[in-house]
Design a protein around this ligand. Sequence first.
Ligand code: 11C
Length: 347
Amino acid sequence: KGFHVAVVGATGAVGQQMLKTLEERNFPIKKLTLLSSARSAGKTVSFRGEDVTVQEAKPESFEGIDIALFSAGGSVSKALAPEAAKRGAVVIDNTSAFRMDPEVPLVVPEVNKEDLRSHKGIIANPNCSTIQMLVALEPIRQAYGLKKVIVSTYQAVSGAGAQAVEELYNQTKAIINNESFEPKILPVGSDKKHYQIAFNAIPQIDKFEDNGFTFEEMKMINETKKIMHMEDLPVAATCVRLPVATGHSESLYFETEKGALTASDIQGLLKDAPGVVLQDNPAEQVYPMPADCVGKNDVFVGRIRKDLDTDNGFHMWVVSDNLLKGAAWNSVQIAETLIEMEIVTEK
Ligand code: 11C
């Protein structure tokens, strides 16, 4: 009983968290197939106490698969997700390859799970920084409407992969030991220049677009509009990389449609909101921090305060584990929701 599940990119930072999440959630797996690029094929990975060998992902690898979780980079998804869907699998893709495709639902279950009903074989998992922002904003949008969102992010290096985490550790050690080093990965491996991340802040995540925003900033803007079905919502983002290993933080400014609200109205909503943990008590210095959020599936919210000049403007601080709710947990949660909604059923 259960489903034949494939994880593509099983040896990567997100793939590893996907396997851990499937274990923790006791996901109904009848058979598990682990796939990867040719480079990582042959490695073994432990799942439910057993070693499973990772195979090279090919179109025919997807015969008989019910659910395929993809996190092996955009080019692997572009080449193989349609092949998997063609063979009857439902693909949940963690890359940006299909997110803005109008035929592909882009889903945060707390926000738009009904969109799953229109899938045509591929479902996209949003960008990590978008997901946590929307989990925190959706209860506010539902109760009071949203007029504007401005976000600044403080993002962890694990968003750029395991090699970026290694670069942060190595640079930190080098600086402490007064040794020289050459930045190679951050801000973007394939861009022209690389900068020190240890003891620094880099205002570039992904490459620049012609409009002066980075691709990460445009993902936050475009994905928000698509997921919330609010094409005209004004959204602006500034994305910054910090020397934090895991856990993205965000400073949000938003304006509600409804006026005459107080910070405690917003706190009251978020206290009971799905997927949200409210940590907001300035008198006791209680607020979310990435070090406390690592390993947890929730989105943590604090520092909620009313703007001093704009009646319906508010500020808040939102933190989450970028590898879990930002990636692995949201993907597995989509799979669980597909089963709950009987969109995917046992064959
Ligand atoms: C980062 N948000 O922190 C990126 C990583 O589109 O799924 C996620 C990239 C994506 O660098």
